[in-house]
Design a protein around this ligand. Sequence first.
Ligand SMILES: [Fe+2]
Ligand SMILES: [Fe+2]
Length: 203
Amino acid sequence: MKKPDFAEIHARVRTLQSGKRFAHTEGVVKEAEYIAKACGFSTEFVEKARVAALLHDITKNLTDEEQEKLFLKYAIDIPSGPATMHEKTGAHFARELFGAEAVDEEIFSAIFCHTTGKAGMSAFDMVIFIADFTEETREHKSCRDMRAYLHAECEKLNGESEKAEALLRNVTLKIIGDTLNFLTLKKRKIDLRTVEAWNFLAE
Ligand SMILES: [Fe+2]
Ligand SMILES: [Fe+2]
């Protein structure tokens, strides 16, 4: 399979998502690019982050039944919460559609943990995880506050990679904290990988 470029993937994803969902996807692309550039990461990193962002919700429009069929097809364990299904099916589905060269290990991992997080998240994982929460079409107060904090901190970075890494860890931890608060308040199940992500990042 020839490695598709950003425009080709963009055109295909557009056919798979509703207008509002696609606006969110484009918001994540823009936000991931902003964060990666502010952190001083390489051009290659920035371009890959844009592709991962474009693909991150590729199976989000599917029903729970359709998600479960994909779990069987790709032989992956069904997670405890339906809201986290699409990250796992999305990573496999994106690779099936666009090939392992376009959806390499780094992009696969970022899609696979963009909702739950995981232990040992890389800087690349964290850029996509954060961008999904802070992109401009998210209107919830917690998202707006996080975006304001993140952007203010990004402006102070001056591309210093050590500070950038600390900021990514700090913001990821804050988002996971918000998620855990929300889930416990609502008495919802918590994916164990989210707890592992918290323990990995907490002091
Ligand atoms: Fe998602
Ligand atoms: Fe998303």
